[in-house]
Write a protein that binds this ligand. Structure first.
Ligand SMILES: Nc1nc(=O)c2c([nH]1)NC[C@@H]1CN(c3ccc(C(=O)N[C@@H](CCC(=O)O)C(=O)O)cc3)C=[N+]21
Length: 296
């Protein structure tokens, strides 16, 4: 049976470290500010945004949510982003994805200045990540949180092969770059990968990251025994149950370690978002943070 990777517990540790860092910033009168723009009335997004706000306030991050109706225009959102870009109390800006179809998401992402781009979506930040550049720049929080979990679990990455399923800017693509930077050999699959090829590759994957939105896409029988499985999926079933993209019951019999849904990758995404917000605030105010993250 696989070890269950407790994302909730690791997230709690990380939030503790974030609190220590916000305390250091507070001594210099800096309160990290996170602005969240939410367009439309998607109930799932609203819950997520509320969770973020609550978690932020508990660790000393000031979070503000700006809500717009689903009829909001692109110009309205771009204007708000422009105002937040020059707002000195705001260090990090996040536009909740997806946005309604009249708004060009890419244009909005490019409107956030790279220094406040807490999702790591700006082409400049993505370019740096893909180029494997050194130095600090924000990186998408879900894949970054997954790297923290792998590190926390002391999973040896050297000479390993990872299969990442999903090529979104939110998860798959930055995951590919981060694993590669950690010297993992990475194969990136997506919805056009034939199922036969997917199974061939999963059978030789030491690490599997799944972010597709397809329940039961990966079954225990697909896995290499002992594989580490990171499930990013969040699917609400008709019976209201929340499940990932991996069939947990069959997978936990074959995997070496696996993240549950809920309580796995999700809580780490939020904790990592707060971590990134604090880092951006420190950079904005030219304050050197202590090397607090290492204790996670
Ligand atoms: N610009 C942008 N950045 C994002 O990071 C972003 C986004 N847009 N749009 C939506 C997705 C989704 N996402 C989640 C993060 C945490 C949980 C989470 O905390 N889940 C908990 C609780 C789930 C529950 O019980 O409802 C869990 O998995 O245990 C869920 C979903 C971030 N996203």
């Amino acid at each position: 049976m696989a070890k269950i990777i407790d994302g909730k517990a690791i997230a709690k540790k990380l939030r503790g470290a974030v609190s220590e860092q916000t305390a250091i910033l507070k001594e210099q009168s800096v309160i990290p500010g996170l602005a969240v723009i939410l367009v439309g009335e998607d109930p799932a997004s609203e819950i997520y945004v509320r969770n973020k706000e609550r978690a932020a306030n508990k660790v000393g991050v000031h979070a503000e949510t700006f809500k717009y109706p689903s009829t909001a225009t692109e110009a309205e959102i771009l204007d708000k982003v422009a105002a937040l870009n020059v707002d000195d109390t705001i260090d990090a800006i996040l536009v909740q994805s997806p946005v309604p179809s009249q708004i060009n998401e890419q244009k909005v992402q490019e409107g956030i200045i790279p220094e406040k781009d807490v999702d790591g979506f700006h082409p400049e930040n993505i370019g740096r990540l893909y180029a494997g550049q050194a130095g600090y720049y924000p990186i998408a929080n879900t894949p970054r949180g997954i790297m923290t979990m792998l590190q926390h679990e002391k999973i040896d990455l050297s000479n390993k092969h990872a299969v990442v399923i999903g090529r979104s800017i939110l998860v798959g693509r930055p995951m590919f770059a981060l694993l590669q930077a950690a010297n993992v050999s990475v194969t990136l699959l997506h919805q056009y990968t034939p199922a036969t090829l997917r199974r061939e590759l999963l059978a030789v994957a030491d690490i599997v990251v799944v972010a597709t939105g397809v329940p039961d896409l990966v079954m225990g029988a697909d896995l290499k025994p002992g594989a580490v499985v990171m499930d990013v999926g969040m699917n609400r079933l008709p019976n209201n149950e929340l499940v990932g993209d991996v069939n947990f019951v069959s997978a936990e019999k074959v995997a070496g370690a696996i993240t549950p849904v809920p309580g796995g990758v999700g809580p780490m995404t939020i904790a990592t978002l707060l971590q990134t917000t604090v880092e951006l605030a420190a950079k904005h105010h030219h304050i050197e943070l202590e090397q607090g993250w290492q204790n996670i």
